[in-house]
Design a protein around this ligand. Structure first.
Ligand SMILES: Nc1ncnc2c1ncn2[C@@H]1O[C@H](COP(=O)(O)OP(=O)(O)OP(=O)(O)O)[C@@H](O)[C@H]1O
Length: 352
């Protein structure tokens, strides 16, 4: 598979930042032709900035970006956005309000027979052919986003940047559209970068996921590898929604504030080690002198998710619907020993 995009040692700051306050720090990744990669991270971590650098709206302070082997950005060269052959799809659709669906999709393409054929093919592929003559205000959110995707792909684009494209859609439309996305991209032989802050979305549909935190990539791997081998506690907590607890190895046993855990002895366990486990790997029980307090209780279809806190330790526990704890109740937390407790000896640096 050839390489569509390469990002090498990319650093970025905005002019207003005077304290060496980098918004992006030493970003490195490649995108292969036909791949869909996710750019995942919490608000403010630099996802949109990275997308804007790739699109050519900003010049990087250090490092370079290559597309199909050619440099398109470095700190003294910027190929203009319209010459990059990169399509963009935004959260708010950004359709031209005065143009109908057909004219929106055909905007910016030549009106030769081949292009017209492709535009019609895309309208059919995205199931919006019947709305060809409608204006944006006559479309639903899902239909508008389909038009935006068709418009981004119409010029024969080989790379599409999608900035939180499903954010304003309701749950059902969102899940239908995102499950169609990879097959639409494959039909067009296009690669894409999908910006999202939703770990489920990124893990569900992307071939590889880059997780950003405070401008740094924490891990770039397939979803499977991320689940199997998370590189640090941030990946465990933010991406995999796991509990994290500091551990110590005392008297041949792994000790935590919720009791001893049966994890294999590991020479590399240190004072920086943590263990990671699922919400169903602990049980909470009412206990008037327990060291934890319930701070939230959320109803899910067949269980509750409780959040309990003790000093700086916050844990989440999935409990049956017959659990009678309420917010403010004291409780104790016990590990369920048959479950998996993964030890992270120390935060490991990201792998590429
Ligand atoms: N034009 C700008 N000038 C100065 N600072 C900026 C500018 N644009 C973004 N920033 C800052 O850069 C950081 C990263 O912003 P960015 O929009 O890339 O984050 P994000 O991960 O996309 O966030 P969100 O998920 O909330 O959209 C933020 O601290 C933001 O305040």
């Amino acid at each position: 598979m050839s390489t569509e995009l390469e990002v090498h040692n990319l650093w970025h700051e905005f002019k207003s930042n005077k304290n060496n306050n980098w918004v992006l720090k030493d970003i490195n990744f490649t995108l292969k032709a036909g791949e869909l990669i996710g750019l995942l991270g919490p608000s403010g971590c630099g996802k949109t900035t990275l997308l804007r650098l790739i699109a050519g709206f900003e010049k990087p302070k250090r490092g370079l970006i290559k597309k199909n082997g050619q440099i398109i950005s470095n700190n003294h060269y910027l190929l203009s956005p319209e010459r990059r052959q990169i399509g963009m799809v935004f959260q708010d659709y950004a359709l031209f309000p005065h143009l109908n669906v057909w004219d929106n999709v055909c905007f910016g393409i030549n009106k030769k027979e081949k292009s017209i054929k492709r535009a019609n093919w895309l309208l059919n592929l995205l199931d919006i052919y019947e709305f060809k003559n409608r204006y944006p205000h006559e479309l639903s959110g899902g239909q508008s986003q389909r038009v935006a995707l068709a418009r981004a792909l119409a010029p024969g684009t080989s790379l599409v940047l999608l900035d939180e494209p499903f954010c304003s859609l309701d749950v059902e439309v969102r899940s239908r559209l995102r499950s169609e996305l990879s097959s639409v991209l494959k039909s067009c032989s296009a690669s894409a970068i999908l910006v999202t802050h939703d770990p489920h979305e990124a893990l569900a549909i992307c071939d590889r996921v880059a997780v950003l935190r405070s401008g740094e990539i924490q891990q770039y791997s397939t979803p499977f590898e991320m689940v199997l081998n998370p590189s640090n506690d941030f990946i465990g907590q933010f991406v995999l929604q796991k509990n994290i607890l500091p551990i110590q190895y005392i008297d041949n046993a792994c000790s935590t504030c919720i009791g001893k855990l049966s994890v294999p002895f590991d020479m590399s366990i240190s004072s920086k080690s943590v263990c990671m486990f699922d919400r169903n790997a602990i049980r909470i029980e009412p206990c008037s002198n327990g060291s934890f307090t319930v701070i939230s209780k959320e109803y899910r279809i067949n269980h509750y998710v409780y959040t309990v806190i003790s000093e700086s330790i916050k844990l989440k526990s999935e409990m049956n619907l017959d659990t009678s704890l309420s917010i403010g109740d004291r409780c104790k937390v016990q590990p369920i020993h048959e479950k998996n407790f993964l030890v992270l000896p120390e935060n490991i640096k990201c792998k590429f």
